[in-house]
Design a protein around this ligand. Sequence first.
Ligand code: NAD
Length: 458
Amino acid sequence: MISIDKFSGETIGSVREATREDIARATAAARAAFTTWGETPAWKRSAILREAAERLGARRNELATLICREAGKAWKYSLVEVDRAKETFTFAAEEAKRIHGETVPMDASTTGEGRLGFYFRTPVGVVAAITPFNFPLNLVAHKLAPALAAGNTVVLKPAEETPLTAALMAEVLEEAGLPAGVLTLVQGEGPTVGEWLVTDPIPAKVSFTGSPPVGTRIMSIAGLKRVTLELGNNSGTIVEPDADVEKAVPRCVVSAFANSGQVCLSLQRLYLHEAIAEDFTRRFLEATTGLKVGNPLDPDCDVGPMISDEAADRAEAWMKEAVAEGARLLAGGRREGRLFWPAVLTDTRPDMKVMCREAFAPLVSIVVYRDFEEALRLLGDSPYGLQAGIYTQDIRKAFAAVKKVDVGGLMINDTSIYRADHMPYGGNRMSGIGREGVRFAVEEMTNLRMVCFNLGQG
Ligand code: NAD
């Protein structure tokens, strides 16, 4: 399989696609390595993770250049991704040292007198990890770092669009001292290599980040394995009249168009109160049309190419369909190969694809509202439930949203896009099952073992 530079189309490198036998060998190697890695003391696991974090930092430019070319992500955001991956590994190095349980007051039960109970966490064993293209380093880090911190071994299948970034991550871990077999990288297409891995009998857990249809498929074929699914969203943000527009406008622009909108938390539905809608929209359009679209290696670039021609085709088709159904295009929408100029729509309806499905493209729809309750209802009217944002200075409105909006994360005075790598992160309903964010991923990648001493020996 070759990997191309998504801007120039040049071949950057190639990897060998795994066969079914390779998958069986990889999981068997992971099982064998687990016998020692699972017994490796926490301080040693922690030291290797810390060393990996240091090495990621030392190779910052090299990694960012590869992300930039392989994923088409603008240089400044590629650098941010490397810094975040370093922090994810640092959090994991810390987390490795505090995986613990608690005592259970056994005598609270009429059957528990004379007994002493506690539980602790044990690694699940082999983790099968499958990752998407849009954060080819940090989303790989979000699988590997907590899995290794907890004492698991991993077989990783990264996205077929970004195999080289994952390979470089694996090289960094090897150089940081990770023993052979603890991590095995298998490359290839999802419906073949991905499914062989998910259905292999050895992994005890599947940790997947990607699209809802693939997540649903994985859930149906995984059998009796623990499954974590980090899926998509059609993220929304409300801007109330008391918002700091000066700050909110540039933040909303970045939230809609960073990485060409190919972020699971990308701002797709922007609800503006009528009192500020006109002023906000004018500033938003001005900032959007000022974005630099083009070669992601250019340090001034804001928006690089989309991941594939098919992705850009789909974005263009959805935009045109919305316009044909009555929406107005206020800016952008130009197309040149994989480049797609940030598009701003208005007069959209909730049933249009650009509104009710995940666009995963530089497309945002502006909806003007009158009543806050109505805006909350619209924000929550989605089959997805990953994150949402609300700009308001009114604490009552903020708490109304906190209570009502069914999402995994609600950002007050920010957009849906905010994420720090240690916070619990994940979605409800079609956005997934389970949580990541290092400590929370550790919880999902460990089993509780209960121990009960009968002190009375009766
Ligand atoms: P995708 O679902 O097409 O692919 C993700 C991974 O799954 C790839 O490695 C792919 O090869 C593999 N895959 C595909 N079919 C498979 C199958 N049948 N069995 C096993 N594996 C299979 O997603 P993508 O296009 O790479 O990424 C975009 C999607 O990822 C969007 O929906 C986005 O919202 C989501 N995403 C979610 C998060 C999150 O944390 N919630 C983060 C980033 C991306």
